[in-house]
Design a protein around this ligand. Structure first.
Ligand code: FAD
Ligand code: EPU
Length: 338
């Protein structure tokens, strides 16, 4: 266990915000985590679990203990002819798990290639991309309750996954440290290339019979062409969720805005890309001093260096207001604002 005080979080969040933590405790095993939780020095202080910091906006210093998860480990814990169960420590980088699965010829994670962050945070918002979500491959997770130090297992049902949502963003918010996630992967692969751009890239790659590795390469290429690399420009991916609206409201909007895009969710609702709404309001590529809205993806707010979290939060608020005023649609942040 290693505890530091008055600790700069700047290298630990992909927005690159220079916030400080009162205490910063790094743990590599469950035993070390228990030590931190039982430490009398840290008792009663607010706790924040931190992975890769790729979905967090710090708007102020954190006056408590940051628990920095470094629990590693990748293991196939069970298998049969069809399936392998891959258990990953919560501190593993998500993309390393994808690469491990690809190397073992296990399918299911390829569409989720190159998503930043750690395994432990993946269930929080049920990470998703290119037609696949974590819930599609999820088996179970292990977690420790912060208040009691008791171990728990959450199965698929208990996680109550939704679009960018889970029990850990609702009733169980801030109550558990995820320590491992086990995924159910396929030995005989069913590819998901329903997202149009994947098919286009595979065609450009001249791949006639794509493999899971080809799909991963295509997804990485699409992502790299659209999303800014946090090592170059501070950001946390999509700042807002794509809003789900009633079909009736969509049909009315379509009369005024014939090009408005949408994806069906149910018979009665559709999802509208927030990036389109934000772009229509004139925000795309906007630069305000050292922060703004990315030039090729209006859903991504960026810190060009030195901005503070309050400034980015205020920009998000202005965007929400302008989208609401023009389209009557309320945007909700995907990023965890602290
Ligand atoms: P952090 O930012 O460290 O934490 C996020 C939240 O999870 C916080 O509330 C934190 O307290 C909590 N948390 C972290 N670890 C644990 C744990 N072990 N136990 C309990 N709670 C924990 N997301 C997508 O879904 N799809 C995408 O395509 C996608 N693309 C992105 C692209 C870019 C360029 C960036 C920067 C981000 C993108 N994201 C995407 C968002 C982000 O990568 C995911 O949300 C990721 O799962 C966050 O992981 P993290 O370890 O960085 O979490
Ligand atoms: N669009 C615009 N202008 C923009 C951006 C997007 O008009 O500036 C419109 C276009 O019509 C485009 C559509 O939005 O076709 C969808 O854009 P894109 O394919 O880039 O996806 P997204 O809806 O903006 C979502 C996720 C991403 C995920 C991609 C791929 C959310 C909030 N975001 O983005 O996840 O990688 O799909 O599946 O659901 C993240 O969560 O951080 C994230 C990056």
């Amino acid at each position: 266990m290693n505890i530091q005080s008055d600790f700069s979080l700047k290298p630990y969040n992909t927005f690159g915000i220079d916030a400080k933590a009162k205490y910063f405790a790094r743990f590599e095993t469950e035993a070390e985590l228990q030590e931190v939780l039982q430490s009398p020095e840290l008792a009663g202080l607010e706790k924040l679990i931190l992975g890769g910091g790729s979905n967090i906006l710090f708007t102020k210093d954190f006056d408590g203990v940051v628990l920095y998860n470094q629990i590693k480990g990748l293991e196939i814990v069970d298998e049969d002819e069809e399936t392998a169960f891959l258990k990953a420590g919560a501190g593993e980088a998500w993309h390393d798990v994808v690469l491990f699965a690809l190397k073992q010829e296990l399918g299911g994670l390829e569409n989720l290639s190159l998503i930043p962050g750690t395994v432990g945070a993946a269930p929080l918002q049920n990470i998703g991309a290119y037609g696949v979500e974590l819930k599609d491959v999820f088996h179970e997770l292990e977690a420790v309750e912060l208040e009691t130090g008791e171990p728990y297992i959450f199965d698929l049902e208990a996680c109550r996954f939704g679009y960018r949502d889970s029990v850990f963003k609702n009733e169980a918010k801030g109550k558990f440290v995820v320590t491992s996630v086990t995924m159910r992967l396929q030995k005989h692969h069913t590819l998901n290339t329903s997202y149009g751009a994947i098919k286009d890239v595979l065609q450009e790659m001249k791949v006639a019979a794509p493999t899971i590795q080809d799909v991963s390469v295509a997804v990485c290429a699409i992502r790299q062409s659209k999303l800014p690399d946090p090592k170059e420009i501070g950001n946390a991916g999509s700042f807002f969720k794509n809003p789900e609206i009633p079909l009736l409201q969509f049909e009315q909007l379509k009369q005024t805005y014939p090009s408005i895009p949408a994806y069906p969710v149910s018979d009665l609702t559709v999802k509208v890309p927030a990036g389109w709404l934000i772009e229509q309001c004139g925000w795309k590529g906007k630069v305000i001093e050292n922060y703004g809205v990315h030039k090729s993806q209006a859903l991504v707010l960026v810190n060009y260096g030195g901005a503070n979290g309050g400034e980015i939060q205020a920009l998000a608020h202005e965007i929400i207001q302008s989208v609401k005023a023009r389209f009557g649609i309320e945007l909700h942040p995907e990023v965890n604002i602290l």
